[in-house]
Design a protein around this ligand. Structure first.
Ligand SMILES: Cc1ncc(C[n+]2csc(CCOP(=O)(O)OP(=O)(O)O)c2C)c(N)n1
Ligand SMILES: [Mg+2]
Length: 428
């Protein structure tokens, strides 16, 4: 069933924790939102007097099955090979980020570093379905998106160390992963900043196919961003353009309930972000972002829809970050009960359990993967540590659109190498 088929209302994909079954929210309390222990400052969710302009979303049939059906062999959502790929990618993301924390506290990295622990099912569930030519746009929480898209761990680690062998030659750092080769077209530090870039990438794909008649240009762009970013104007502008021009893009909201220390339900008039899709004439879907198999099913439909030229989708993935906003955040604001609730829904343990119960892998096979990834990460750290720092002459490269006008002197050398250039200004 395609996402555009208006047969299924969003209620068929109930927000899983909105019921009294939520273990951490007493039923007497006001409408809980996901696993948040906070109450909305405002009163009940707004009920529109008229129904939304287009009927919201369907999800793949598989998702409508209950959990029992999902575990029956005839309904398995993945093959063994697919499951191993997903498991390996999630372990890669988690292990990489844990190592980053260690290296950051040892002083090997500079500036802010935002980790992705807890959110792996989203990166893996979406990006592992992409072709090499498809594009990914991320935020400052971008290491794992780059890894899932195939940027080698050593190139990402080296970038974090600010070394010349990093994927941006040490000029980007943690928040600006980029790889032309892998079509990772940026991590962006300003929130919402990547959404128009992703929209432009999707536009170029459509332009190449429809105007330049490149028949194989069916490339899809995924734009990843957070719940807090959905209160930013660029989000709405781009939803509008993407729907208007039926662009091949999927807007993937990683709703981890928090924007630094601001609770999503305190900052947003209607916290159900997926509902904003139909307002612009595109499907909006909510999915459990702690379950890679569910994410993957929804992603398959949304990516397929984009590739077929049927237009954009908005997917809201309910998730949680297991660490503070950045490694500089002591993470004292969030309720321990909320953290414990989501820790119990760790996406890696969930996939592992599914694979073992359905005999898709043995403990030994999964351990072998973990060991392989440990070795890759160890090697990445050694590589980054031993790599040279960029030459001083690289400092102003890619900073100015016309470097001849500013960064490079008449002798063709970077002006930062000219002692007079830096006299009286910041020393470089
Ligand atoms: C335009 C802009 N305004 C403010 C900030 C400061 N800021 C950094 S992260 C952040 C919160 C973003 O939260 P969310 O979109 O939910 O992403 P998450 O960190 O949860 O992944 C804010 C406001 C920024 N980076 N850019
Ligand atoms: Mg957030």
């Amino acid at each position: 069933m395609s996402l555009s088929t208006p047969k299924v209302s969003a209620q068929l994909l109930p927000l899983p924790l909105r019921s009294n079954a939520n273990p951490i929210i007493p039923s007497s309390q006001f409408t809980p939102f996901f696993g948040s222990t906070l109450k909305s400052r405002f009163n009940a969710p707004i009920h529109l007097s008229s129904p939304p302009r287009s009927i919201v979303a369907s999800v793949s049939d598989a998702l409508k099955l209950n959990n029992n059906n999902l575990t029956s062999p005839s309904n398995l959502l993945i093959t063994k090979e697919e499951g191993l790929v997903l498991y390996e990618d999630m372990i890669l993301g988690r292990t990489f980020e844990d190592m980053c924390a260690q290296m950051y506290y040892r002083g090997k990295m500079f500036g802010f570093v935002h980790l992705y622990n807890g959110q792996e099912a989203i990166s893996t569930g979406f990006i592992k379905l992409l072709k090499k030519e498809d594009s990914v746009v991320s935020t400052y929480r971008d290491h794992v998106h780059a890894l899932s898209k195939g940027v080698p761990a050593r190139a990402v680690m080296s970038e974090l160390f600010g070394k010349a062998t990093g994927c941006c030659r040490g000029q980007g750092g943690s928040m600006h992963m980029f790889s032309k080769e892998h079509n990772v077209i940026g991590g962006f530090a300003f929130i919402g900043e990547g959404i128009p870039v992703a929209t432009g990438a999707a536009f170029s794909s459509k332009y190449r196919r429809e105007v330049l008649k490149e028949a194989d240009a069916d490339y899809v762009t995924l734009a990843f961003f957070g719940d807090g970013t959905c209160n930013n104007g660029q989000f709405y502008e781009c939803l509008n353009m993407a729907a208007l021009w039926k662009l091949p893009i999927v807007f993937v909201v990683e709703n981890n309930l928090w924007a630094i220390g601001m609770s999503h339900i305190r900052a947003t008039s209607d916290p159900e972000i997926w509902k904003k899709g139909p307002a612009f004439g595109m499907p909006g879907v909510h999915v459990d972002g702690m379950d890679v198999l569910k994410v993957r099913e929804v992603a398959k439909e949304a990516i397929g829809r984009a590739r077929r030229g049927e237009g954009p989708s908005l997917i809201e993935c309910e998730t949680y970050r297991f660490r503070g906003h950045s490694l500089a955040d002591p993470d004292e604001l969030r309720d321990p009960a909320e953290k414990a609730h989501y820790a119990g829904r760790d996406p890696i343990s969930t996939l592992k359990k599914y694979m073992l119960e359905n005999k898709l892998a043995s403990e030994q096979e999964l351990k072998t993967i973990e060991k392989k990834i440990d070795e890759i990460i160890e090697e990445a750290v050694e590589f980054a540590d031993e790599s040279p720092v960029p030459p001083r002459s690289q400092l102003l490269e890619n900073v100015f659109a016309d470097p001849k006008g500013f960064g490079i002197g008449p002798d063709g050398r970077y002006r930062c190498e000219d002692p007079k250039f830096t006299e009286g200004t910041a020393q470089v």
